[in-house]
Write a protein of this length. Structure first.
Ligand code: SF4
Length: 361
């Protein structure tokens, strides 16, 4: 019988393709690495990401879990105690719990919930993210939402026909979209979802339509994007992996929608006629050809549309102009690194645009 250590090694590596934390997508902006249990790690790397079951009877074409024949599993009590052992030694700081589905979905969902229930009943008050399985029952979703800080169900792709290319078992409307609606009601503002970019050949236009509809109708706190990876022994092993830049561009697009309030009409020009997103910074692309804005009068929304200006910088500018007229970049009181990108898109009232980057240094 494999010991807990062996199971932990195997079942944490099996969970690495699920993205769960903001820190991870920030990491994905700079590397393609995923985070798993790491004894020497700190910060968000201290999240234990683990599967309850390391095998699955479903047939998702890209998934390495379904080809795992080791059939390693944790029982709920065993996983809870393993987690407590690591947590009490301060080796991990939170838990992301998912699972393959080797048998009945309801039974596996019950086991996930049972694990969470043990942890909470025995005093664990830290971060807990529970994965909802496709086709989960509504009472289970409600209970998971009560126990966990965050719950999530992966939407995977953009629609029924695309899902057909990946799985003959999952039903997009019933197993996923209907459940996302239940999740939205059970955990408003505390649920996420994830798209696998490129696994089913989706165009960026399809992704755009899917993402904007999800944000409008399901109100997830955020959407994660993982670039499809052609993994050995999966049905899609011979396919080309999606380039990392494409998921990075989707994180940038997502930021424009979620944090900066860009609407559909503004963003649509970023899609080429063939439905493809350009490999360039979407905010910079949208700013090209736009009239410069005056930081003395620009609204918050106008300011965050300027490349280099985010929500923090926009608030700092609005605060600064309450005390003085902004005539030069220096009057903005924000770091020069932000202004290098922003300056071509700003017009300073009360002064000719004599301000140049050279003058700012
Ligand atoms: S349901 Fe699909 S994606 Fe999830 S573990 Fe099973 S085969 Fe993999």
């Amino acid at each position: 019988m494999p010991g807990c250590g062996e199971k932990l090694a195997k079942l944490t590596s099996g969970s690495q393709y699920d993205v769960c934390m903001p820190g991870e997508c920030m990491q994905m902006l700079t590397s393609s690495a995923c985070i798993t249990y790491n004894q020497n790690a700190s910060g968000c790397n201290r999240m234990l990401k683990v599967l309850l079951h390391g095998s699955c009877s479903y047939d998702c074409a890209y998934c390495p879990v379904r080809v795992d024949r080791s059939r390693l599993s944790f029982a709920p009590r065993e996983l809870a105690e393993t987690f407590f052992g690591l947590y009490r030694k301060n080796l991990v700081g939170g838990l992301f719990l998912s699972s393959g589905i080797p048998y009945d979905t309801d039974d596996v969902m019950s086991e996930l919930i049972e694990t969470a229930r043990i942890l909470r009943n025995e005093g664990y008050a830290g971060y807990l993210h529970l994965k909802i399985l496709p086709g989960a029952q509504r009472p289970d979703i409600n209970e998971a939402a009560q126990l966990a800080d965050r719950i999530s169900l992966n939407v995977e792709t953009t629609g029924e026909s695309r899902l057909r290319a990946l799985s003959g078992i999952k039903d997009y409307a019933g197993d996923i979209i209907k459940r996302l609606g239940w999740i939205a009601e059970a955990a408003p503002g505390h649920h996420t979802t994830q798209l696998v970019i490129g696994a089913a050949g989706e165009t960026d236009r399809e992704i755009f339509n899917c993402v904007t509809a999800l944000y409008e109708q399901m109100l997830p706190s955020r959407i994660y994007y993982s670039a499809f990876k052609a993994l050995p022994k999966t049905r899609l092993a011979s396919r080309e992996s999606t380039p990392a830049w494409r998921s990075r561009r989707w994180y940038q697009m997502d930021y424009l929608i979620r944090e900066y309030g860009f609407n559909r009409t503004e963003l649509l020009p970023l899609l080429e006629d063939c439905g493809t997103l350009q490999n360039d910074d979407p905010k910079a692309l949208l700013a090209r050809g736009r009239e410069p804005v005056d930081p003395n009068v620009a609204s918050f929304a106008d300011l965050v549309h300027v490349p280099g200006i985010g929500t923090v910088t926009a608030r700092a500018i609005i605060q600064a102009r309450e005390h003085r007229t902004i005539r030069t970049p220096r009057d903005l009181g924000v770091p020069g690194s932000c202004l290098k990108r922003a300056l071509p898109h700003l017009a300073f009232s009360g002064a000719a645009r004599q301000a140049t980057l050279a003058g700012f240094h």
